[in-house]
Write a protein that binds this ligand. Structure first.
Ligand SMILES: Nc1ncnc2c1ncn2[C@@H]1O[C@H](COP(=O)(O)OP(=O)(O)O)[C@@H](O)[C@H]1O
Ligand SMILES: [Mg+2]
Length: 155
């Protein structure tokens, strides 16, 4: 099995959105995309750019599906489902969500915290990991807290 990885660094939320827009051009449905990284790493911010790249939503209209669990954005090339599994803990609750029903030829699932579940670890096509880098405490101030390393692995 061959997989392909690229790494990109951004220095602001705007740069991450711009990267998402460009990344959208490389993604074709159907896909299951895992978005990995700590709270505040920039997963939802990246989805803003991906949704814009697909002409499915404006960045400002993409918000975290933390409570609603699934947001749907329809574009001419694909339907995006932005899913946040942070609050889902059991395989049973995952099944109740019915993600299987969202997997279709014209659909892309963008899933935050999906790596918690073995099924999604096994079945995803793309993994995107965001990580804060270059953070440094200088006196009272946190320096470089907007730099992110984004690694995209396509299986
Ligand atoms: N380079 C960057 N990329 C993405 N977000 C950044 C960056 N620098 C600062 N931020 C900020 O970090 C926060 C990321 O939040 P969010 O995208 O909701 O993270 P997550 O979905 O991973 O919890 C936002 O407030 C965003 O403005
Ligand atoms: Mg999020």
């Amino acid at each position: 099995m061959t997989s392909q990885s690229i790494t990109h660094f951004t220095h602001s939320a705007e740069e991450t959105i711009a990267f998402g827009r460009r990344l959208a051009g490389e993604l074709s449905p159907p896909l299951i995309v895992l978005l990995c990284g700590d709270l505040g790493a920039g997963k939802t911010t990246l989805v803003k750019g991906i949704a814009e790249g697909f002409e499915a939503a404006r960045a400002e209209d993409v918000t975290s599906p933390t409570f609603t669990l699934v947001h749907e954005y329809r574009g001419p090339r694909a339907i995006l489902y932005h899913i946040d599994l942070y609050r889902i803990d059991t395989q049973r609750d995952l099944e109740t969500l019915g993600l299987d029903d969202l997997v279709a030829p014209n659909c892309i699932l963008l899933i935050e915290w999906g790596e918690k579940f073995p099924r999604l670890q096994r079945d995803h096509n793309v993994q995107i990991t965001l990580e804060r880098v270059g953070e440094e405490q200088v006196g009272e101030e946190q320096v470089g807290e907007t730099e992110r390393r984004i690694e995209v692995t396509i299986r």
